[in-house]
Write a new protein. Structure first.
Length: 421
């Protein structure tokens, strides 16, 4: 029996794709349905000052109307009174003749009326000026109060910005009230603070991670080199190579430490504690004393007790870096370094003075740039990595202080650090 041909069921066709609508069902972002009804500051100020002008005009017109009515009443009063065919003067301003009749009397009455009207107009003018002066004072006082009320959100924004300038990036304005330009500015400022806060937090995490990732391999290299140098069977060439590599590794460690400290010190110091600047300077002197004695440099100076608010470790770094520069960049014979601290009204001062090569005044500012040295730029040196004074300036700025350098007559520098109490 012949087999019947098999017919496979055709695959079902995919459902047609619905056409894409030509309109977007989502409402547009940041588009208000009636922008002309938005209570902007321009509209509010227009209504406010327009209403004030209208009220002041109404009050002024009312006062002028009352004064004009009183002036017309006084100026239109007859200066005489007729009794039984005779008349007598009723004006205290004019002295009318009672025995005269005819044209002379009429002329005297007209002159008297003109005089009364002139006095009434002068009185109206004087009273109007007084009323205008009073309304001006009231308008300025009311306008000052209302302007302060309208601009009070700006004061709140300013105060928040000042707190943020002190490295408190967690502050927010969170301005309420009508949806006007000031609220839009405050919301934009809050959004910017959020982005800055995230950026600084990312920077702090990066510094912490870089601190670990960069120090670990350098520490391993140093350990391996020290172990190799401790081998008594090492050849002189290998020992010399190990010493060179160890010095290079030490220089790399100093560079990494300097860069990390420079990155951390760019921010403001929030957690401040009382620190005795003389004690910080004494600790730095003790750390540099051995190197100074090896080079024949005398350490001297008077250090008075002076307390400042700051971070003790960073402040000690200021003094140590300044002393290291003062010792390493000194004269080969009869050199000295003077370290002094003293309290002054509202601040404490640390001064480091040294002998050394003559420094031109136009090159002093360049010494505070990273990797810059006197008459060299980004060149190798066995005296440091070129970050000492850059770190000092960053730490001083983080403590809201100032540092200045002046060439000393005869060679050397006078470094002056001023820190607020």
């Amino acid at each position: 029996m012949p087999s019947l041909p098999s017919f496979s069921k055709p695959a079902a066709a995919p459902p047609p794709i619905p056409p894409k609508p030509a309109w977007d069902p989502r409402p547009p972002v940041n588009v208000r349905p009636f922008p002309w009804l938005r209570p902007t500051i321009r509209i509010r100020l227009t209504l406010l000052y327009g209403g004030m002008f209208l009220m002041a005009g109404i009050v002024l017109l009312t006062i002028i109307y009352m004064l004009a009515a009183d002036a017309l009443h006084d100026g239109s009063a007859l200066p005489l009174k007729i009794l039984g065919g005779k008349f007598e003067s009723t004006s205290d301003i004019c002295d009318l003749p009672t025995q005269t009749s005819g044209p002379l009397l009429q002329q005297a009455v007209e002159q008297c009326l003109q005089h009364q009207r002139a006095l009434a107009l002068n009185s109206l003018l004087n009273r109007s000026l007084l009323a205008l002066l009073g309304l001006t004072v009231v308008a300025f006082a009311f306008g000052y109060a209302m302007a302060g009320r309208v601009l009070s959100p700006l004061g709140r924004i300013t105060r928040t910005a000042q707190r943020v300038a002190g490295s408190d990036l967690h502050r927010r304005i969170e301005l309420g009230g009508p949806d006007d330009e000031l609220k839009e500015l405050a919301d934009t400022f809050d959004e910017m603070l959020d982005r800055l806060d995230r950026a600084f937090e990312s920077q702090r995490r990066f510094v912490a991670n870089a601190s670990h990732e960069l120090r670990t391999p350098l520490a391993i290299n140093r350990t391996l080199l020290e172990v190799q140098l401790a081998d008594p069977d090492a050849s002189p060439e290998l020992a010399q190579l190990g010493k060179t590599l160890l010095a290079t590794n030490e220089r790399s460690e100093q560079l990494v430490e300097g860069l990390l400290l420079l990155a951390r010190s760019e921010n403001k110091v929030v957690d401040k504690k009382p620190v005795d600047l003389s004690e910080v300077a004494a600790q730095a002197v003790d750390q540099i004393r051995e190197e100074a004695q090896a080079k024949g440099i005398a350490l001297r100076g008077v250090r008075q007790q002076a307390f400042v608010q700051g971070n003790g470790v960073l402040l000690e770094r200021i003094a140590l870096n300044l002393l290291q520069n003062a010792v390493r960049y000194n004269t080969p014979e009869d050199g000295w370094v003077e370290v002094s601290t003293e309290p002054q009204p509202g601040c404490a001062v640390l001064v480091v003075t040294n002998t050394g090569p003559v420094v031109p005044a136009y090159e002093v500012e360049n010494l505070f740039e990273p990797f810059r040295r006197l008459r060299t730029e980004r060149t190798g040196s066995d005296k440091g990595v070129g970050l000492g004074l850059s770190i000092v300036r960053s730490v001083v700025r983080a403590h809201d202080g100032t540092i200045t350098a002046q060439p000393r007559e005869g060679g050397g520098l006078v470094m002056r650090v001023v820190l607020p109490l």
